[in-house]
Design a protein. Structure first.
Length: 195
């Protein structure tokens, strides 16, 4: 992910830093779905996720004058959100810290699924089953899968957000994909993106 904001986002950041609530509202509009989805995947409850997302944006508004732009705004918002979620679920922070690099492998990049109009219903059903299995993963694995495959963050970005080595990210994803593979093969809905 590019750490340089688009010209329009950079302008909004500048205006929001100067106190423009409208500019900040535009930034919230751009990032609210990603922030909410991260909170939802981490916390598992729509109500808790909405509360965490709202609190994340309040904290971002208050801290925006100190945003140094060493990372993208999206990454900064993710870090705020993730820290809030981890504070709400302390065992998740411990589980993430327990990830080891003993099984780290170079994993292939996710592949985008091709759209087949004739199979759209089957595709929707398959995706629903996949998402249900992702929701059944232990929290630390669910978080890694969400950050990597839903939010399309690079291994290095995930490692930075979680404050763990890149090898631990790869190990956690390897283990998560192994669990998904077993569950989805049993349901005959295994997708190549999890190879």
């Amino acid at each position: 992910m590019d750490t340089n904001p688009s010209p329009s986002e950079a302008k909004l950041i500048q205006q929001a830093r100067q106190g423009s609530a409208d500019a900040f509202a535009a930034l919230v509009d751009q990032h609210q779905m990603f922030v909410y989805n991260l909170a939802l995947r981490t916390l598992g409850s729509p109500d808790d996720a909405a509360d965490a997302a709202q609190e994340a944006f309040v904290r971002a508004w208050l801290a925006l004058p100190n945003f140094r732009e060493q990372s993208s705004l999206r990454t900064w918002l993710y870090r705020i959100t993730l820290n809030l979620c981890l504070n709400r679920v302390p065992r998740l922070r411990r589980q993430i810290n327990e990830l080891t690099s003993d099984e780290a492998l170079d994993l292939p990049e996710p592949q985008s699924a091709a759209f087949d109009p004739a199979a759209s219903l089957e595709t929707r059903q398959r995706r629903a089953l996949i998402h249900a299995e992702i929701d059944r993963l232990p929290e630390q694995y669910r978080l890694l899968v969400t950050l990597r495959y839903q939010d399309d963050l690079a291994y290095e970005e995930i490692a930075g957000l979680l404050n763990i080595p890149v090898s631990a990210v790869k190990t956690g994803l390897f283990r998560a994909k192994g669990r998904l593979r077993q569950a989805l093969i049993g349901l005959n809905v295994y997708e190549e993106q999890f190879v």
